[in-house]
Design a protein around this ligand. Structure first.
Ligand code: BEZ
Ligand code: FE
Length: 292
């Protein structure tokens, strides 16, 4: 450590303070972070005013963040960091199902349900029947996989965004388990494209840049099975107008699926004769072996 630091020498002085870290990875992360943040400040000739604004922005991100309103996750999402981290850690185009970002609307307290359950939680909308199969990279069924799913309603709102309407009940989300043939299935309602929340500090970034806030219509899935890598992914509606313009960069061609429309009078996959139009979606999820 020295006094009389300069604009250049301060970087190494700060980095050296991490020499005592016992964890080499922690040390590597901080030394590199300091390098990049200092380089950034020097490169853009950051003013004191701009830095105070940035600190105020992050303070407000923290202030609006709750267990069901994850503004820090949203910030990472709209800056592309969530998808970048996913791309770094998951090879895309392998024989397994591609992953994508988690998003801010996953809730741990979701109900566990039996296959075939109606998970709409009483929210009205176009009925949607989902049938999934979970297999390994040899196509063998994975029994006992735990599958989380969650999605928006037909107006593009998640349950946690309508606490007054739902009286804080959870809806359109559940945890299921695959049967001996690796299958899981449920009934719900069709989701819709939606804007990411713009009523918090992240909305200011989107408006400042004249950016679209829209996400294409999708269903979320998070799969866990013993002996396999966990998989966080989404399935996107093929004919969605925002597929190529996802505000959080998460849409992938390999995850596009047909939401097949059926007319009233046709029979649903669960044998129900439907007196209203409905949609069917089917997908096979391929899991990578642990460490694979
Ligand atoms: C979502 O898909 O739920 C989501 C992802 C990123 C930002 C906002 C929402
Ligand atoms: Fe979503």
């Amino acid at each position: 450590m020295s006094i009389d630091l300069t604009e250049t020498s301060i970087t190494e002085a700060v980095q050296k303070t991490f020499d005592g870290a016992e964890d080499e990875r922690v040390k590597e992360l901080f030394v590199c972070l300091v390098q990049h943040v200092h380089d950034f400040a020097r490169e853009v000739r950051l003013t004191g005013d701009e830095w105070f604004k940035a600190v105020d922005f992050l303070t407000r991100v923290g202030e609006v963040t709750t267990p069901t309103r994850q503004e820090f996750v949203l910030l990472s999402d709209i800056l592309g960091v969530s998808v970048l981290v996913d791309l770094i850690n998951h090879e895309s185009g392998s024989s397994a199902t591609d992953s994508t970002l988690l998003g801010p609307f996953y809730v741990e307290g979701r109900p566990a349900v039996e296959n075939g359950a109606d998970i709409s939680g009483g929210v009205e909308g176009t009925p949607l029947f989902f049938r999934g199969t979970v297999v390994d990279t040899d196509g063998k069924p994975v029994a006992g996989a735990r599958v989380d799913t969650w999605h928006s309603d037909g107006d593009g709102f998640y349950d946690v965004q309508m606490p007054e309407k739902l009286h804080d009940r959870l809806a359109m989300r559940a945890l299921m388990t695959t049967d001996d043939e690796g299958r899981f299935w449920y009934r719900s309602i069709a989701p819709r494209y939606y804007p990411v929340p713009t009523d918090g500090p992240c909305g200011e970034i989107l408006r400042t840049a004249n950016r679209s806030a829209m996400r294409p219509e999708h269903l979320h899935f998070w799969l866990h099975a013993e002996g396999f890598e966990p998989l966080i992914t989404m399935l996107f509606r093929r004919d969605d107008p925002y597929l190529e313009h996802d505000a959080v960069f998460g849409a992938k061609r390999s995850l596009v699926v047909d939401f097949v429309h059926h007319e009233a009078g046709e029979t649903a996959p669960d044998g129900t004769r439907m007196d209203e139009p409905f949609q069917n979606v089917e997908w096979t999820f391929v899991l990578l072996p642990q460490g694979g």
